[in-house]
Design a protein around this ligand. Structure first.
Ligand code: SF4
Length: 376
């Protein structure tokens, strides 16, 4: 029988400030005073926000902070603007309505997202699942058995993305139970793990954990990295342990106002990730999550950044810029328009410097190409 053990795997390096309905993980309200004291900032504004959206950071992330308001700080420290944003949605991707059983989201025909853990190494203030920080569905044995049963009964599911929270916050033996159970299902070809741990609490990626994960190939790991400062010797070691275990690594980055919304910052991040053997995979336009408007960037900024990187750094280092459509209607890639005009016998492209370049069309190709482009 499939059993999820009640082990937490909580890291001693994590700090959490309790909010409404949040189980205490480590420490209590005194932690926010200690954090504010270390940085000589007033505690009260942080506490007011943390009562609604709990604060959590890791010792590693705090070491990366250089000053209040810097790009690492902004990602995890409560901001009074969170309480002033009345727009957005509590569940912007409509995950709850696409959950045939609790904690499992079935949005695309051949894939499911399975939430196996409610804890994270840090609380990213722009998180699309912020609602779960205070209102989580327990990932207990009976609910998780229902998720596994659903996957077993749906042979069209070939790809399972373990998510959370963060699956790598589970005790390794608990995570291994999930992997072993999934590997016993013949139609599940691929298992993926979405995680922030290698960038936010990298010491958790031990050689033993990497060896365990290597038993369950084909396994893919997608790591959340937002800023080049998250790349240091510790996160590099974590990634190299996973890569040495034969795990293909990808990254996910959220485009965030005043954190990483410039071509220079993202170029440094993406090129740095390739050096760690992490292939930049997605650059996300911010989801329309309530309390996060101060992070949102206009669509044209992401397009301009992607266009400015194209042909200036290796194509391997350029992720797909995507918007996850509100309501759970799926991801759509956003591309700078490279076709300037379609003529009878040629098409006019814009090259990466902005100049027009012609390319010959085959006879009769024009109409079909125009139809395709307008249909797109
Ligand atoms: S690690 Fe992921 S799930 Fe956790 S708070 Fe950050 S974005 Fe949200």
């Amino acid at each position: 029988m499939f059993e999820i053990e009640a082990k937490t795997g909580e890291a001693s390096g994590s700090l959490v400030v309790q909010g409404r309905g949040q189980a205490a993980v480590s420490g209590g309200a005194g932690r926010i005073e200690a954090f504010a004291g270390r940085w000589s900032v007033p505690a009260e504004p942080l506490r007011r926000v943390a009562e609604v959206y709990p604060f959590r950071t890791s010792a590693h992330f705090e070491r990366l902070m250089q000053r209040p308001g810097d790009p690492i700080w902004m990602q995890v420290v409560p901001d009074p603007r969170e309480l002033q944003d009345a727009g957005g949605f509590r569940d912007p991707l409509g995950e709850e309505e696409r959950s045939p059983v609790p904690n499992l989201v079935h949005r695309y025909p051949d894939r499911v997202l399975w939430i196996v853990c409610n804890r994270c190494a840090v609380h990213c203030r722009f998180c699309t699942r912020k609602r779960r920080w205070t209102d989580s569905v327990p990932a207990d044995a009976s609910l998780q058995a229902a998720g596994l049963d659903y996957i077993k009964k749906h042979p069209e599911i070939r790809d399972v993305l373990l998510s959370g929270g963060d699956p790598l916050m589970l005790h390794p033996s608990t995570l291994e139970e999930y992997l072993r159970a999934l590997r016993a299902i013949r139609h599940v070809a691929i298992v993926r793990i979405g995680t922030r741990v290698p960038s936010a609490d990298p010491d958790r990626i031990t050689p033993e954990l990497a060896r365990m994960l290597a038993l369950y190939h084909p396994l893919y790991v997608n790591i959340h990295f937002n800023h080049p400062r998250e790349i240091n010797s510790r996160s590099a070691l974590a990634c190299s342990r996973l890569a040495d275990a034969g795990i293909p690594l990808g990254s996910q980055t959220v485009l965030l106002q005043s954190v990483n919304d410039s071509a220079e910052v993202l170029r440094e991040l993406f090129v740095g990730l390739l050096r760690l053997r992490v292939r930049p995979y997605y650059l996300f336009q911010m989801d329309l999550m309530e309390s996060t408007a101060h992070f949102r960037t206009p669509l044209h900024r992401g397009l301009a950044i992607v266009q400015s990187l194209r042909n200036r750094i290796s194509g391997l280092a350029i992720p797909q810029f995507v918007v996850d459509l509100p309501g759970g209607h799926g991801k759509v890639p956003l591309l700078p328009n490279a076709i300037h005009r379609v003529k009878q016998d040629r098409v006019v492209f814009r090259d990466f410097t902005g100049k027009n370049r012609e390319y010959p069309l085959m006879p009769g190709e024009e109409d079909e190409l125009k139809r395709f482009l307008s249909a797109e």
